[in-house]
Write a protein of this length. Structure first.
Length: 327
């Protein structure tokens, strides 16, 4: 014991004090640890005591579960690198079966329609054939043919994509590209005009009616043998309103011995439409007309066998089959 008279501590007393100090620290740590072990989660966050192995588990609302890619961005969790890393373009294949459509095939493959239309060079989606083999790429994108003034960087800027992504997809190891080379542009989309052309959704019907003479070769109804018919003849009652198949600028109206009263409308992307044999013209040269706007009435003027509309579509000055472009 301490000698209170002298104020000195013996060696034995010093040893005992050290033992007491150590034991105090040990008991303190054990107590704190036991408190931590027996802390339980808030019962409101528990579902039930039926987790794997009988342990406790929490309701899903307390856990960061992501069901959509957008959730990753909103949660502040970085997007997985695999989602944005440039990838080499590779293909699988698919054989078309009865009932298939481009939209369904694309959906099942996790791709957009533009991708399948472009990589398979489909010019008319309505002509998809049973047994046809389609290429299914591992990523969305379209083909692009390099023009004279193109550079890798100008193409990347046009489609708002990194040039490295284009190089990786196409296995290009330099920044130089050749004119007329066909490149795959990851993530790019077709312009809506091209898509509507392919899907046959570009023009509305100018009148409701029955096609009495299609585009192509036919027997001349006025004699003279076989001839090529450069449009559609759509029969409809006399006086039925004729409507612009697509918006555009009226650049010709008048009368012709063959076409009778006619209207010609110029549209975007090199398209022009002709509406002939009208009984009356309801528009004027220079007027802008919207899709579906009345431009005339059905008649049988000019060289005609009865009331109908002769409807011709020109693309860059050359006639094309209107039926392939009509909704």
């Amino acid at each position: 014991m301490m000698n209170f008279k002298t104020g000195h501590v013996t060696e034995r007393e010093s040893f005992i004090l050290r033992i007491i100090l150590v034991l105090t620290l040990v008991f303190t740590l054990v107590f704190l640890q036991s408190e931590a072990i027996f802390i339980r989660p808030n019962p409101e966050t528990l579902e039930k005591d039926e987790g794997l192995g009988g342990g406790l588990h929490f309701e899903q609302a307390t856990l960061p579960i992501f069901t959509e890619l957008e959730d990753l961005e909103l949660s502040g969790v970085p997007e997985p690198v695999e989602f944005s890393r440039p990838r080499l373009l590779v293909y699988d294949s698919y054989r078309v079966v009865s009932g298939d459509t481009i939209s369904e095939i694309a959906k099942n493959a996790g791709l957009n329609e533009d991708t399948l239309l472009s990589v398979n060079q489909i010019r008319n989606s309505r002509l998809l054939q049973i047994g046809q083999i389609l290429k299914i790429p591992n990523q969305d994108g379209i083909y692009y043919t390099v023009a004279n003034d193109d550079t890798l960087f100008s193409i990347a800027e046009k489609y708002e994509i990194g040039s490295e992504a284009i190089k990786t997809a196409n296995e290009i190891f330099t920044d130089s590209i050749n004119v007329s080379a066909v490149l795959f542009i990851p993530g790019a989309r077709m312009d809506w005009i091209a898509r509507q052309e392919i899907n046959g959704d570009l023009f509305m019907w100018p009148v409701a009616g029955r096609i009495t003479s299609p585009y192509g070769y036919r027997q001349n109804p006025f004699g003279g043998g076989r001839q090529f018919h450069y449009g559609l003849d759509i029969a409809s009652p006399h006086g039925t309103p004729i409507r612009a198949a697509m918006s555009g600028r009226v650049n010709f109206t008048g009368y012709d011995n063959v076409y009778g009263n006619y209207v010609v409308i110029t549209h975007h992307s090199g398209y022009r439409t002709l509406y002939a044999h009208m009984s009356s013209i309801l528009t004027r040269t220079g007027a802008y007309v919207g899709t579906g706007e009345r431009i005339g009435l059905v008649g049988s003027t000019g060289l005609s066998t009865g009331p109908h509309v002769h409807f011709t579509v020109y693309k860059d000055g050359v006639t094309v089959n209107p039926r392939l472009l009509m909704r």
